[in-house]
Design a protein around this ligand. Structure first.
Ligand SMILES: Nc1ncnc2c1ncn2[C@@H]1O[C@H](COP(=O)(O)OP(=O)(O)OP(=O)(O)O)[C@@H](O)[C@H]1O
Length: 320
């Protein structure tokens, strides 16, 4: 994890981002700021709209409404030079065909003004030994590393990572985390989606929880949900064999009281547990499960605010 840059310059600035597919409202007014050198993890259940949000920031999808700036540009109208300053690791692994990682990286490095060395990138993602292997013969996790290699090749100032470590073995995931820390230390901003809460806890300066089309909580991982959500839980089995639990800010004191109450005997199956990011995240989702359902919005299509002239060539007709 890196600190936010002292300048705090906004690499991403989003206000009021909304998006629907058909009559389903997916994003309902998202605000988002990411500074240079910051890692922001966007969390949310399957179908929450994380990829949709990322693809809008990448300029691959049209928003219905909202002000979006990435590296100071509107992604829909940004020039080609802007595209060379962002890196994209999409959720789906690319189709690489029979080329080798080295060939692919050599080829794609020609499109960037200031690419990293191919050997350095292979080393960073741990593919040096597979540099000459046909990409379609690599394992799933190795192909994913190749996705990441292509995403960081151009030394992006803004890196989008949509579930980047799916299929990584535990050692590869840790190596990948170290690599990202190196990138952010050099000033790269990262927007990450992941279903691995330990990954978010390890990497993110801030996490945002997307639920019901809105960011319902946003904080550094160690502060998400507030102090209340982090209150330790003591569980034990009482003399009658019944499971008990109590939330307390003084778990050691409670344990002492349990020992005293049992005449000095050790309480059975006593355990003190501090809620982790995953517990807090699941608690937030449960809390917001009762929020108004965004799914069906009759007439939502009429609410589009983006003029037809703002259509991105790659997205025309892409959205339902
Ligand atoms: N082009 C599209 N047309 C219609 N519906 C779509 C389209 N793309 C995505 N959706 C729907 O929009 C919702 C949000 O999808 P999205 O992929 O953004 O979610 P996500 O948070 O990234 O999910 P996951 O964690 O499963 O990757 C889903 O219900 C999905 O089925």
């Amino acid at each position: 994890m890196t600190q936010q840059s002292s300048s705090g310059s906004a690499v991403v600035r989003v206000r009021g981002l909304s998006k629907h597919y058909g009559d389903r409202e997916i994003l309902r007014g998202i605000d988002l700021d990411i500074a240079a050198g910051e890692t922001y993890a966007l969390l949310g259940p399957n179908g929450a709209g994380k990829s949709t949000a990322i693809e809008i920031l990448e300029g691959l999808r049209r928003p219905d409404a909202g002000e979006i700036r990435v590296l100071g540009q509107d992604p829909l109208t940004a020039p080609r030079s802007w595209k060379a300053r962002i890196g994209i690791v999409a959720q789906a692994t690319a189709e690489f065909g029979p080329n080798t990682p080295r060939e692919l990286l050599n080829y794609f490095s020609t499109i960037y003004p200031n690419p990293r060395g191919v050997g350095e990138v292979l080393e960073l993602v741990g593919l040096t030994a597979q540099a000459g292997v046909r990409a379609n013969k690599l394992s799933g996790g190795q192909q994913r590393r190749l996705d990441v290699a292509l995403g960081i090749l151009g030394q992006p100032e803004m890196l989008f990572l949509d579930e980047p470590t799916t299929g990584f073995d535990p050692a590869a995931r840790r190596q990948f985390w170290d690599m990202l820390r190196g990138l952010t230390a050099a000033g790269t901003a990262i927007l990450l989606t992941t279903h691995y809460l330990d990954e978010a806890a390890q990497l993110a300066d801030r996490v945002g929880v997307l639920a019901g089309g809105r960011i319902v909580a946003e904080a550094p991982p160690a502060e998400l949900g507030g102090v209340e959500a982090r209150t330790p839980v003591v569980t034990w089995t009482d003399a009658a064999g019944q499971p008990q639990q109590q939330r307390t800010l003084e778990p050691a004191r409670l344990c002492t009281e349990l020992v005293e109450a049992a005449g000095g005997a050790e309480p059975r199956e006593v355990e003190v547990r501090r809620p982790q990011l995953e517990d807090i995240y699941l608690g937030l989702l449960a809390e917001h499960a009762a929020d108004p359902e965004p799914a069906s919005q009759p007439g939502a299509a009429a609410a589009r605010q983006v003029p037809a002239s703002n259509t991105h060539p790659e997205t025309a007709g892409a959205d339902a």
